[in-house]
Design a protein around this ligand. Structure first.
Ligand code: KIV
Length: 289
């Protein structure tokens, strides 16, 4: 089915399971505001993540760590207002779910009640597995995230691929299995060798969304700003640029600046008129002052 013929009703987790069953790839992308939500909706994606990558892509922080729940909620609400069909995933930021099950549930409930997300995403295995189970027990659908987990990149030795030795790969696989056993509905696997994803796939029943994890996953996710080329500079190895929006945008703003400086903009067609009689009367009024 082409993107444009897709049904307009909101997708469900059942729809994703059905796609997995028939090996129809699931398309996920990030969005961070109302216009980007409208763009990804129009492009016919299946899932939208308001990732904490927003910290870097739209808020200018140098990592995902500083972004707050309130900042994420503001962005997530704007995305919700621009979406209809895709499932919406809210990313719980660093420090907003780790401390206890109660903290995790309270934060996730804010994303559901205030921003209308369908699922929440949390990072890592380890203690996150217990948080995932607590959220699922509280009726909140959860997306797990293993492999490179940017919130704890420092502890992982930086933004680098994970699971590159057999033992490290096994640790990624064990985290994934534990998150599935905890009741996660979906799993994001980031920056692992494709062999790790290939080994993982037969072991998991839930849909697996890869990012830098090879072609064997049930779907792929990319960051909106990465795939559209909205910023300058290097990107991760797994990023493919499908557009050069930064160049188009800089050219557009530069053309506007040139026209303002040359007096070419605004032209008469960009202004508002006044009836001649009113203009004449205005002159009279001014002269009479
Ligand atoms: O925050 C984010 O954008 C993410 C994706 C890279 C999966 O977690």
């Amino acid at each position: 089915m082409s993107a444009h013929a897709a049904p307009t009703r909101r997708l469900t987790l059942g729809d994703l399971a059905a796609k997995k069953a028939v090996r129809e790839p699931i398309v996920m992308v990030t969005a961070y505001d109302h216009p980007s939500a409208q763009i990804v909706e129009a492009a016919g994606v299946d899932m939208v993540l308001v990732g904490d990558s927003a910290a870097m892509t739209v808020l200018g922080y140098d990592s995902t760590v500083p972004v707050t729940v309130d900042e994420m909620l503001m962005l997530t609400k704007a995305v919700r207002r621009g979406l209809d069909r895709p499932l919406l995933v809210g990313d719980l930021p660093f420090g907003s779910y780790e401390a206890s099950d109660a903290v995790a549930i309270a934060t996730a409930q804010r994303f559901i009640k205030e921003a209308g997300v369908d699922l929440v995403k949390i990072e890592r295995g380890g203690t996150t597995v217990a948080r995932a189970k607590a959220l699922v027990d509280a009726g909140i659908p959860v997306v797990g995230h293993v492999g490179l987990t940017p919130q704890t990149a420092t502890a992982l030795g930086g933004y680098r691929a994970q699971g590159r030795t057999a033992e490290a790969a096994l640790a990624v696989i064990d985290d994934a299995l534990a998150l599935q056993a905890a009741g996660c509905s979906l799993l994001v696997v980031e920056a692992v060798p494709s062999e790790v994803t290939a080994a993982l796939m037969p072991l998991l029943d839930i849909p697996v969304i890869g990012i830098g994890a090879g072609a064997d996953a049930d779907g792929q996710v990319l960051v909106f700003h990465d795939l559209l080329g909205i910023y300058d500079g290097p990107a991760a190895k797994f990023v493919k640029r499908y557009a050069d929006v930064r160049t188009v945008s800089v050219d557009g703003v530069a053309a506007y600046a040139d026209e303002v400086r040359e007096g070419a903009y605004p032209g008469p067609e960009h202004g508002y008129g006044m009836p001649e009689a009113e203009a004449a009367r205005l002159q009279e009024l001014l002269a009479g002052r």
